[in-house]
Design a protein around this ligand. Structure first.
Ligand SMILES: Nc1ncnc2c1ncn2[C@@H]1O[C@H](COP(=O)(O)OP(=O)(O)O)[C@@H](O)[C@H]1O
Ligand SMILES: [Mg+2]
Length: 398
């Protein structure tokens, strides 16, 4: 006997199963977002993409007359517009991901096939970010997520048991605790698996049946869950973690890999940082604003030079620090600086507000990276026109 996807779904999946009904009825998994939505206030630190951009998604759905794959809330074309920005029915759609259009198109097209999507890249290349937004646009629910760690157990990928119920009533559907993957299978939505390569290999391999047969057997009940149309998986993996728990070739074959690059040019990276700093400053209500992009440019230049091991003019070689110096860290350096300026300065960002964050981002290894950073300060920062303030502030922060 097989269980059809429309049978009673367990607590927490009510929203996913019920589709676009606003707010979960169960009050369990979706409680914070539901409260924030009904209060109409930004009461949570970080809203789910589908809540935060609900108006954009609604505008796209209304304007979208292209064919949609089964269970998709938008056509692939509209999903791409949601991710890359544009307009829909007079509503401005903000760009979430800044980068190559083709890459996003390949990712979306993959999700409309029977292969799963693996987003690969160094830390801070927006793998999780893109995964969340793709899921929000396609399924309207980005919360069916497994956070992969060395301690991720099979229950988190398949299902577990509520032991009180199991003892009281024996094995039954009621006593099962479904994983996010199982919920997504039942609802015909997308499940996200973060940091797939940190998950122990035997647990990873429990995904093989799910991805190839599109079923999740429940031997204890002589039952199974068959994936409803619309089900797929987006996994992310960090290629710096290579070799931690590398994917078996059987599993690798079930994925289409899309590599997210670090931003090509300084211009692009500045644009990403500026966008995110503005958005985060607003949601964290930091009472300091950036005047122009000069400070962002400096931070991005420092990051790029150290990351690439050469100065921007290509003239001097540099030692590279051990950290990744990702775009995401550049965003944090700017945000920390703004918070310092707002609460302990006069509200305008100065070099001294950036220095502590910069040192923290570069010096991850207290011995080696310190040497790298000092050398960079003395040979590059000190000599550069108009960078004296930064040099002095960084010297003090060390
Ligand atoms: N190309 C990009 N376009 C838009 N945002 C980006 C880009 N690269 C990095 N970011 C920002 O950097 C942050 C880090 O992204 P995240 O998804 O956590 O990285 P990863 O999962 O790859 O380690 C996000 O807030 C995201 O907005
Ligand atoms: Mg991530």
């Amino acid at each position: 006997m097989s269980t059809t996807p429309t049978t009673k779904t367990p607590k927490g999946s009510a929203k996913a199963a019920a589709g676009p009904t606003p707010g979960g009825t169960d009050g369990v998994a979706r409680a914070p977002a539901t409260e924030a939505a009904t209060a109409g206030a930004d009461a949570v630190v970080r809203r789910h993409a589908e809540d935060q951009f609900a108006h954009e998604l609604a505008a796209l759905a209304a304007a979208d007359d292209r064919p949609r794959p089964p269970m998709w809330k938008l056509s692939p074309w509209a999903v791409a517009t949601y991710v890359l920005g544009g307009t829909a029915g007079g509503v401005e759609i903000t760009a979430k991901y800044i980068g190559k259009r083709r890459l996003v198109e390949v990712a979306i097209a993959t999700l409309a096939t029977d292969r799963a999507l693996l987003l690969l890249g160094v830390p801070g290349t927006a793998k999780s970010w893109l995964s969340e937004h793709l899921t929000a646009a396609i399924s309207g629910d980005s919360t069916q997520t497994v956070q992969g760690t060395a301690g991720t157990a099979e229950e988190q990928v398949r299902y577990g048991w509520n032991y009180a119920l199991l003892l009281a009533k024996g094995p039954s559907r009621e006593a099962m605790v479904p994983s996010p993957v199982m919920r997504a299978m039942a609802a015909g939505t997308i499940a996200r698996i973060e940091e797939l390569t940190r998950i122990p290999s035997d647990v990873q391999d429990s995904l093989i049946t799910i991805l190839s047969e599109k079923t999740l057997p429940i031997p204890e009940l002589g039952d199974e869950v068959q994936a409803a149309k619309g089900f797929n998986v987006i996994a992310t993996a960090n290629n710096r973690d290579k070799g931690v728990n590398e994917l078996s070739s059987a599993l690798k074959r079930r994925f289409n890999t899309v590599v997210l690059p670090v931003p090509d040019s300084a211009e692009e990276e500045v644009a990403i940082v500026q966008k995110r700093v503005e958005a985060l400053g607003k949601s964290l209500e930091i009472p300091a604003r950036l005047a122009g992009t000069d400070e962002i440019r400096r931070v991005v230049q420092v990051f790029r030079e150290l990351r690439n091991g050469v100065t921007e003019d290509g003239k001097s070689k540099l030692k590279q620090p051990s950290g990744t110096l990702s775009t995401a860290e550049a965003i944090s350096v700017m945000n920390n600086g703004l918070a310092l300026a707002a609460h302990f300065g006069d509200g305008s960002l100065k070099a001294a507000d950036l220095a502590a964050g910069l040192v923290g981002a570069v010096v991850k290894d207290p011995v080696q990276d310190r040497v790298v950073w000092q050398e960079y300060l003395e040979t590059v920062v000190k000599e550069r026109d108009g960078w004296k303030d930064l040099y002095r502030a960084c010297r003090e922060a060390l």
